[in-house]
Design a protein around this ligand. Sequence first.
Ligand code: ATP
Length: 448
Amino acid sequence: MPAKNMDDLVSLCKRRGFIYQSSEIYGGLQGIYDFGPLGVELKNNLKNSWWESMVYENDNIEGLDASILTNPQVLKYSGHEDTFTDPMVDCKSCNLRFRVDQVPKECKKEDLTEPRQFNLMFKTNVGPVDDGNNFAYLRPETAQQIFTNFKNVIDSSSRALPFGIAQIGKAFRNEITPRNFIFRVREFEQMELEYFVVPGKDEEAHDLWVQKRLEWWDKQGVPTENIEIYNVPKEELAHYSKKTIDLMYKFPHGLEELEGIANRTDFDLGSHSKQQDEININSSVKANKHSNSKMAVQNESGGWFVPYVIEPSAGVERGFLAILNEAYSIEKLDDGKDRLVLNLKPHLAPVKAAVIPLKKNNKKLVDLAKDIKNDLQKLRLGRIIFENTGNIGKSYRKHDEIGTPICITVDFDSLDNKTVTLRNRDTMKQERIHKDQLLEYLKNLVNK
Ligand code: ATP
């Protein structure tokens, strides 16, 4: 059963060290969060899982890590300078600003100003002269620098269509009303694939990626039956999109977008290209006077065309929240007490195993537990914790709450026969196994 409400998740995240408010000791910064010791592990595991499913499991997808600071020309020709805006209103009664579709019920209609457009991009000064002309944008999406590197990647990797470029990284949006914990924030990470295809093959590729993405979310613990597919109606489509499918998830605060999968046609490459009249662009694009690259490929008879692109774009924070919400569960135990357990998929769990000596001041038990921890750590499956509290029950409760799939207890029998107690997070069952079998056991569990 998912969490009852957002407060449950916020409180678990703070208490156990997944997520903290940023700059908290100075009162915080609105819409900005920090990931703590467990949060960074879960987040990295999620990103690695995406990267593996894109770059390693496909033979036609390359990775990229482009810069955050972006030349303004990129965001001029992409359309962001003109259109990356949200309508904003002021409430004259509470003196706060809201996105038009997010005005709280308490604000009366007559207190609201006429909506005006607000650009969501952050700017920063570049170099020592601050005269207003030497600035860069913090990218509002990772996608644009994939497009600007299209020629670099295709030339250096000798790729032919269809092929993709995948990137994970920070994006920044000056959201008018950041809210709902890490759902809508001003600094976040995106996992984006731009998949380039021959025009005419775009619809088929779009359907395929919707399917692949649903399967991937399912493997992360967000089942397909809990995702609603929203075919964005024409009047709501972004200017570049021929069709967009949003994967909507029931977050604790309501049904909202987890990932968007858009058919961006040839708009982006066409917009960033030089010699636009020679390459048969279908979309309507701004005349480009600055690009020095022809963002097109040649067909067999030598004619130029601009690939279409399918873009699955997922937010890391929204994925994190959905996964946490699905994994969160309160169970009633036989003794009437509640057990809070995070049923995270083992590959995502921030800690893969905890090794606990029965007594914290017994050198032999401690040494054996440390040896086991070090052996398991060498598997490079993720973090293994040596848990020297001397309180087994308390350690089990803590590891249930942070989603550690197994706890390994080292006791006096372990010194004689090298067996340990393996306690399973989900079933709470305990079994005795030889310490040498642990490596195989953990490998199978995490790679399942
Ligand atoms: P929304 O309509 O919720 O503002 P969007 O349609 O503007 O989202 P996209 O531009 O499609 O979002 O971005 C792709 C993905 O990036 C989204 O599906 C979401 O997971 C993530 N994302 C976008 N904006 C934010 C934000 N402010 N905070 C956290 N994640 C975000």
